[in-house]
Design a protein around this ligand. Structure first.
Ligand code: STR
Length: 418
């Protein structure tokens, strides 16, 4: 099923199918092909057929439609055994019972405490911690880039910062951050053999279950402990549910924010006129962050929802039992929403940046405010300390990671001073 040859054959039979490239060699070309394939694009993910929503307006409507569900058992290809745990993307869907995988009233029950802990007001309390982590990592960056040495902004700054923040929030021992970073990199990479991916997911489950038992015995002031403690009157979460939420938070809370920070730096360095305007205070960092989220979203495709009945989208139909992905990159560049210059990075665009990168409806990203706070601290601090920051290689040579769902790069080598 996930043999590349079979995938190519299926694509040949099915003229209109966009075969998503696991190596991410031409993300912009693929984005255009998906847009041209229409509002409901036929795609193939490692041999598995699915639909992709490519228009802002349709996705906005369908993300509110209860006929689309997260429940894997609603997927025909899963029921029939055509998709199994041998499929390299199964871990993006079969991620344990959590706020990410459940809908309806049970979803509200699973999600409430997390979203309450991540409101802008609650996040003010951890702003000083994020500022401190940022300063420490900028010191490390200065050290690495001393005397004109090339230093990797990703490895030294953009990657460790979000992991420290989400680790602190969830009560993870900082000594585990390197292990978690390594495991998630391997989890997301399409170069990792599937048996290794399944084994590392099992190891992570053991790790998280241990953490939950530790916090059950000795609750501390973190979100994991809060998830364990029963509310007055509320039905407490089970250990499986706490583990599910914890892993969703750690996975989502670090991988996406790496992309946000790096993609913003990259966009600004590639558009020096716009960087100047930001450094001169003519355009805000908030605008940079929103335009980056729209134009170069950290999440390329969000897997997956399943139709419980036939659902009409434009001229097409998602048949009962079929799977649909939300293609946030294509949606962020939808000219019907963002105008004819949707493909351009432009922090001066006249229309307000009404993107939908955090999703919409009941599953809208509970960490949206957190990511904005992190990027809102990291970016001005970085450029404040190193206003002459520049890329140490041609922008065109930057390589994307071989990850089908996330938009992240291998490395981002920089020079700190002119
Ligand atoms: C990774 C594997 C895991 O153990 C748990 C989850 C659940 C949350 C998922 C995460 C996944 C992958 C990245 C996601 C995240 C929610 C938001 C994030 C999809 C499957 C995004 O990229 C938007």
């Amino acid at each position: 099923m996930n043999c590349p040859h079979a995938a190519a054959q299926a694509a040949a039979r099915n003229g209109g199918t966009v075969v998503i490239d696991p190596m991410v060699q031409d993300l912009d070309g693929e984005t255009t092909r998906l847009r041209d394939a229409g509002p409901l694009a036929r795609i193939e993910l490692l041999g598995v057929p699915a639909w992709a929503l490519t228009r802002h307006a349709d996705a906005r409507q369908l993300l509110l439609d209860p006929r689309l569900v997260k429940d894997l058992d609603a997927w025909g290809l899963w029921q029939s055994g055509e998709v199994t745990h041998a499929w390299p993307l199964i871990g993006m869907i079969d991620a344990g019972r959590s706020m990410f995988t459940v809908d309806g009233d049970e979803h509200r029950r699973l999600r409430t405490k997390t979203s309450q802990a991540l409101t802008p007001r609650r996040l003010e309390a951890i702003r000083p911690d994020i500022e401190k982590f940022t300063e420490e990592l900028l010191d490390a960056l200065a050290e690495g880039g001393r005397d004109g040495a090339v230093v990797d902004l990703k490895a030294v700054f953009a990657q460790p910062l979000p992991m420290r923040v989400v680790g602190m929030l969830m009560g993870v021992d900082p000594a585990e951050n390197a292990m978690l970073t390594r495991q998630y990199k391997a989890f997301f990479s399409m170069l990792t053999p599937q048996d290794e991916r399944l084994a590392l997911l099992a190891d992570l489950d053991v790790f998280y279950a241990g953490l939950v038992r530790e916090k059950t015995a000795q609750p501390t002031d973190d979100l994991t402990s809060a998830l364990i403690l029963a509310d007055e009157g509320g039905e407490p979460l089970t250990e499986e549910e706490v583990v599910g939420n914890l892993k969703a938070m750690v996975a989502a809370g670090h991988e996406t924010t790496i992309g946000l920070i790096l993609n913003a730096v990259r966009a600004l360095l590639a558009h020096p006129d716009q960087l100047r305007m930001v450094l001169d205070g003519e355009v805000s960092w908030e605008t940079v962050i929103e335009e980056t989220l729209r134009w170069d979203t950290p999440t390329t495709h969000l897997l997956m929802r399943f139709a419980t009945e036939d659902i009409q989208v434009g001229d097409g139909v998602i048949a009962k039992g079929e799977g649909v992905v939300i293609s946030y990159r294509v949606i962020g560049r939808d000219p019907e929403q963002h105008g004819p210059d949707a493909d351009a990075f432009d922090i001066t665009r006249a229309t307000p940046i009404r993107h939908m990168t955090f999703g919409h409806g009941p599953h809208i990203c509970p960490g949206a405010a957190l990511s904005r706070v992190e990027a809102g601290i990291a970016l001005p601090a970085l450029f404040g300390r190193f206003p002459e920051l520049r890329l140490a290689m041609p922008d065109a040579d930057i390589r994307k990671l071989p990850v089908m769902t996330q938009n992240d790069m291998e490395a981002f080598p920089v020079l700190l001073n002119a």
